[in-house]
Each structure stands twice: as C-alpha cells, then as structure tokens.
Design a protein around this ligand. Structure first.
Ligand code: NOJ
Length: 556
C-alpha cells in the first residue's frame, strides 16, 4: 500500500509564504546546503543482533524542576516554572513541581537506583535559581544550592557514574523574566554566561560533559510562541525567533568562556542538547514532499545546529561556528510530512505557518502514552544519519529517548516500554553500523516526574514514583530489568536471550506490583505513627496531669 494512503491527517498548518524573520531566511539557505542525506532510501530492515562499541556509555536522565522538588528550600529563588505552575489552569490538575519526586532530599536513594541499573552516566540539570536566586550573580550566590550539587556529583563519582550536566533545562530565574522579559532580552546572554562560569568554577574540576541548553526549540516555541510552557507568552511570529536568537548567542558565549578560561585545566567538553522529531516524506518520489520533510527537520534541529556547526548566521558567523564539542540529541517520535497544498490566510505569521507543511501519522503506530508520542523506531536511525550527513559526523550523545504511559492506576509491567527501548536502541545500533558517531545513550527518564504542562499525568520513568505518598517511594517497572540486561550485555546477544530478558522482566514486575498495591496501607501506617500516636500520647499526658491535680486537691 502507498504510504500516503495509510496516513491520517494529524494537524493542518496554515499556508504562509513570506516569513518575516531573518532566521527563516537562514533556514532556507541551509536547505540548499544539505549534503548527502538520501531521502529516498528508507531501509527498515529486521532486528539486528550485535553489540555496541566497547566503552559505549549507558545512562538515564532527569531535570531539576521535574524531579528536585524543594522549590522554596534552603534559599532557592523562584523560577519561571514555579510561578507558571502556581497559576490556575496552566497545568493538568493544577499540579506543581513543589515537591515532585523530592529528589533534593534523596540523593543516596536515587544513586542507589542508578547503581541497580549499572548506569555508566547520569544526566541531570542544575537549577539556576537554586544557585543564584535572582539570576544575577553579583546579587547573591546560594551556598546551600552549591552544596546540594556538590553532594550529588561526589556521590555519583564515588559510585563510578559519570555526571553529564545540563546548565539550562527551562527553569529561568523568575526575576530575570520580570525585569527583562527573559529570553526576549539580549541581556540573558551575559547573565547566563555568569551562571555557567560559576558552575565551571565550582563543579568543573569533576564534570567532563557540559550541555548549555536542553531542547531550546521548546523554550522558544512553547515558552514564547504558543505559551503552553513557562513563561506562557504568546508572541506569535516573533517570540520564538527572538528567544532562539538569544539562546544561540548565549550558547556560543558559554562555549567560548569554557574554551578560553577552563578547558586547559578541566579538560571537559561543552555541547548542546537539541531535540527533534524525524520527518519522513509521505511520498519519497515526490520532490515537494522531500523538501517539506527537510523543512520540518530543519525547523527543529537546523534552526540551532546550522549556526552552531556551519556558522551560517548573520553577523556572528565565526563566533558561533564550531561551538560544539559534542551534540546531545533528544528524540522521541516521527511524523510523515507532505507539502501543504491548500493556501490559506497569509496575514498571521507564526513559527508553524512559516514551516508551510502538513504533519501526518500512520494510525498503526503504537501510541501508549503522550498524545504526540508514536513509537516509530526507524525514524531514530534516519534522524541520526541526517545529523551525520548534515553536521560533519559530530560526536553524539543521545540525551533523551523514552516513552510515557497514561494509565492512572498503578502499573509496573510496562511491556510497551520494553518494546520501545528494545526497538529504539536497536535502530541506534544500526545507525552506529551506518557510521554515525554515537557515544552514549540516555534513557528518559530515571523516574516518573513532573511532565511540564501535563503535570503528573504522563509517566516516563523507568522507576514508578508514588506521588500520593509524601515520601515519594520509587518502585522498579519491568523496563528496569530489561534495560539493565541491554546495559550488561552492551547490546543484543541473540534472539533467545533477548526474549528471555523480556519474559523474566515481566515476571518480576508482578511482585513489585504487589508491593505498590500495599502502599496505601503503608501510608496509612505512617499516618498512624506520625500523627495519631503523638496526639494520643500528648492527650494521655494531659489527662494524667488533670487527674493527678484532681487527686491532690481531694487530698488537701
Ligand atoms: C523533552 C524535555 O526535555 C523533557 O523535559 C520532557 O520530559 C520530555 N521531552 C518528554 O516530554
């Protein structure tokens, strides 16, 4: 059956032929500079049994706002996400990250989980307002925040887990948003550079992998264009482009700071983590569809990667070009893309109309969790090969890849996640065989956590977190057992063994499910010991005192 007969329309985008902002011009320029990526060759192939290169790094990830909690503890300043999530109606169920997984108080427990998985690395982010409450370094540095990250880093290293640190995973200090308009303002470049410099100074003796930004696409588009994310601004047609422009400059500045002031001593690497869906042409024999699919990918990745790798950017070409020691790639899903063929209003420009295309999905693609997340493993291999051909085969760390579930009831037997990890890591292995320089893989995420505007309704974790219980206990899902096997075998030995892993993983999860089912009872017991017992004791003491006084009076 033809591909275009099997797809359904997911989202229709408006037609707009005259983008206003210079970035789009840049994107158009880079379309013509595409090298040898072959859009017409999509070989899905069968499952590949084999191993990853020796030294391949396996990890899991998290981010500060999504897991730490302790939003107002120990001198931390407010971030835009603290403020945004406290506004009614912004987040599913009005959830907030106030306490989230209580990761701030659970360093040892969580490193224990990483050890259980035998991870080689852990990717986390540093909360800017936890270190610098207003965001402006000369105002005040919060030593307690420094201490927290010191403990985390030291504990990871003691356990032979390499920390990979993101400097900005979306939690801008609120003060900078209020005073300057956040990423709409060029002054963020210097403030961010000062924050980064502080991190290099305090933690750089132990950190070898830094990432400036996580998924700047989302910061720009969802923060300043659609307003679904903090700071919730809807500056259609300009907001995303301006934010991205300042982010690219800030990234380059931080890279230069490291390069000139710290690299010789600390010998680390500075990269950026970019995220993008893969876009596959609906009809690979139609040039218009190929161009539309390429636009789709360029509007995700190329927007940031082209200036950083090729310097094809106005004014600051040489300053920005080459400011990436490695590329972080976050990837979850794929779309079919076709040329938009019904022109509509030209009046309202936006990032989405500028792309000038339509997205489609195949109804047969599994979609166990988030509405946008269809499991399409072959798209991952295509994306990795695209990065290789477009940006000169850079060193890649996969910084995010994973799948969520929506199921509200407690469910630890996540067979669909096992399938997702198995197939996506296998496509990554094929990409490595194709010659893509992937050095590490980060499963997203270690724990269930605050999923931005979706609150706690979407669970990405390898470990289930019981958010009803104030201690936020963690329980392994079946995928923990499976991922652990991939890590210990550094790949997929043979069909029989891999099927065995899966069977065993699903067997053990039912035991964990029983533990979790007993959790309301445990919480009840905790309430008894924490509230009822002290209250009864106090009352008994009071009553005895009254009774004693009564006896004494009677005697007198
Ligand atoms: C990308 C974001 O960086 C991450 O924070 C989020 O949890 C995942 N997407 C899943 O939506």
């Amino acid at each position: 059956m033809e591909q275009n007969q099997t797809v359904t329309v997911l989202q229709a985008q408006e037609y707009h032929a005259a983008p206003l902002v210079c970035h789009v011009f840049v994107l158009v320029l880079c379309l013509s500079s595409a090298e040898d990526f072959d859009w017409t060759k999509n070989d899905h192939g069968s499952f590949y049994y084999g191993t990853f290169p020796a030294g391949f790094s396996w990890g899991a990830g998290s981010s500060a706002y999504q897991t730490e909690g302790a939003w107002d503890k120990d001198g931390k300043g407010l971030s835009i996400w603290d403020v945004f999530s406290h506004k009614k109606g912004k987040i599913q169920q009005n959830d907030t990250g106030d306490s989230s997984c209580e990761g701030y108080h659970k360093i040892k427990d969580d490193v224990g989980l990483m050890k259980e998985l035998k991870l080689n690395h852990y990717r986390f982010s540093i909360s800017w307002p936890r270190l610098i409450p207003t965001g402006i370094k000369s105002d005040h540095i919060n030593e307690k925040g420094i201490q927290y990250y010191n403990e985390l880093i030291d504990h990871l290293l003691e356990n032979k887990i390499t920390p990979i640190v993101t400097l900005y995973h979306w939690d801008l200090p609120q003060f900078l948003q209020e005073r300057y308009g956040g990423w709409q303002n060029i002054s963020m470049v210097n403030h961010f550079n000062e924050f980064a410099n502080l991190c290099f100074e305090r933690f750089g003796n132990r950190i070898k992998y830094w990432m400036t930004f996580n998924n700047p696409w989302s910061v720009a588009v969802e923060g300043y264009e659609t307003g679904e994310h903090a700071p919730g601004l809807r500056l259609r047609g300009t907001g995303a482009y301006k934010a991205a422009h300042h982010i690219i400059k800030a990234h380059a500045k931080v890279w230069h700071t490291y390069d000139t002031q710290w690299r010789a001593k600390q010998k680390g690497l500075v990269g950026i983590s970019l995220s993008g869906h893969w876009g596959e042409p609906v009809d690979i024999s139609n040039q218009k569809d190929i161009e539309a699919a390429e636009r789709y990918v360029q509007f995700y990745l190329g927007w940031f990667a082209t200036p950083i790798f090729h310097g094809d950017y106005p004014q600051e070409k040489s300053y920005i070009k080459g400011t990436c020691d490695f590329l972080g790639v976050g990837h979850f899903t794929t779309r079919y893309i076709t040329q938009k063929n019904h022109p509509s209003a030209r009046s309202s420009s936006s990032y989405f109309t500028d792309r000038d295309l339509a997205e489609l999905v195949d109804p047969r693609w599994p979609d166990p969790g988030s509405e946008w997340l269809y499991s399409v493993p072959w798209g991952f291999r295509r994306l990795l090969n695209f990065v290789k051909s477009q940006y000169g085969n850079p060193m890649i760390y996969v910084t995010e890849n994973g799948v969520s579930e929506k199921i509200q009831c407690t469910e630890l037997c996540d067979d669909w996640r096992i399938q997702y990890f198995k197939d996506y890591t296998n496509e990554m292995l094929k990409a490595i065989k194709d010659g893509v320089n992937v050095k590490g893989y980060t499963a997203w995420s270690l724990l269930d956590k605050f999923e931005w505007d979706e609150g706690y309704s979407e669970r990405f974790g390898l470990y289930y977190v019981d958010f009803r219980n104030k201690n936020k206990p963690r329980y392994p899902k079946a995928s923990v057992q499976f991922y652990k096997r991939i890590i210990s075998s550094n790949g997929f030995p043979n069909q029989r063994e891999v099927e065995n892993w899966r069977r065993k993983a699903v067997e053990t999860c039912s035991t964990s499910n029983q533990l979790l089912a007993a959790d309301p009872l445990t919480s009840h017991m905790e309430m008894v010991t924490e509230i009822v017992v002290p209250t009864v004791c106090t009352l008994s003491i009071l009553l005895s005192a009254v009774f004693l006084m009564f006896l004494l009076r009677r005697r007198n």
